[in-house]
Design a protein around this ligand. Structure first.
Ligand code: AMP
Length: 284
């Protein structure tokens, strides 16, 4: 069955209230649409965690800088709705910009600490936009559980922080990164890659995986990062915004692996910026 299409906060609250009246639990999957198998893994997990699933599709202008790809960002609502219908999702929340940011809107949610560095260095506006829209979506829907991908690892950690700090009564579930067969993390932005760039793109995951193996064997972070940078440049990445080894919870950079860590990167192929990350577990 096709999901109910909701485009207002009142409509969303009404649908959720009706489910609550029937004693049903609710899962929310926030997305910007252009759904691929990565998003659908979140949707499938949501369907196991809640008795009703809402998927929000909203390209959030607040997380794009004026020179970024807000206008270009892929939008395929008809395809998205067909995928959600096939997955058995009950409701799609597709507000327009005014429904989320009505005239006079003046509030920003700003998370300190885990938002410092990494994505913020190149995109200083990004996490305020994400934190503000995620807070709004959680308060609009008040789901029992909301799902986020490990693909956007700093975003996941930021959302966990804001939910804890603002006492939002919602469980946050992480879903592992879904990859193409050659290892490239699925992303709505992969459509920007030329054939040649698409051929090089999986090298990002390959290099991160190789770094994670070296770090787990005791390689110092500085060596892993300098070898990783050289490998990415040799593979054809035109710019590296960051390549870092960080504590998996605090995202503070670490010199060696004594607790679960993450290797995180953002690198460019021509006009396309790819991000990815992998886990590093201490050996023994
Ligand atoms: P987006 O539409 O890019 O804002 O992504 C919506 C949600 O899907 C976020 O929680 C992302 O982390 C997650 N996501 C995007 N790509 C993937 C992927 N390849 N694997 C798992 N989750 C993903």
């Amino acid at each position: 069955m096709a999901p109910s299409l909701l485009d207002s906060v009142d409509g969303l609250r009404g649908a959720v209230a009706a489910w609550r009246a029937d004693g049903l639990t609710v899962a929310l999957v926030p997305t910007m649409g252009a759904l691929h198998e990565g998003h659908m893994a979140l949707v499938r997990a949501a369907r196991t965690l809640g008795e009703r699933t809402v998927v929000s599709l909203f390209v959030n202008p607040a997380q794009f800088a004026p020179d970024e790809d807000f206008d270009l960002y892929p939008r395929n609502p008809a395809d998205d709705l067909a995928k959600l219908a096939e997955a058995g999702v009950e409701a799609a929340f597709m507000p327009n910009v005014d429904a989320i940011y009505p005239p006079g809107f003046a509030t920003t949610v700003h998370v300190e600490g885990v938002t410092a560095g990494l994505e913020s260095a190149a995109r200083p506006h990004f996490f305020d936009g994400v934190a503000t829209v995620v807070t709004k979506l959680l308060l609009q829907c008040l789901p029992d559980v909301a799902l986020f991908g490990e693909k956007d690892y700093q975003q996941l950690v930021t959302v966990r922080r804001l939910v804890a700090d603002l006492d939002i009564p919602c469980q946050i579930e992480a879903v592992p990164t879904v990859r193409a067969e050659d290892g490239l993390a699925l992303s709505s932005r992969n459509v920007y890659l030329s054939a040649e760039e698409r051929r090089v793109a999986p090298r990002l995951f390959e290099v991160l995986s190789w770094m994670a193996a070296a770090l787990a064997q005791g390689a110092p972070s500085a060596d892993a990062v300098s070898n990783g940078r050289a490998a990415l440049t040799a593979a054809g990445f035109t710019r590296i915004d960051y390549l870092a080894v960080c504590d998996a919870e605090t995202l503070a950079s670490v010199e060696g692996i004594s607790a679960p860590a993450r290797v995180l990167a953002a690198a460019w192929l021509g006009e396309t910026r790819l991000i990815d990350n992998v886990v590093v577990n201490p050996v023994g």
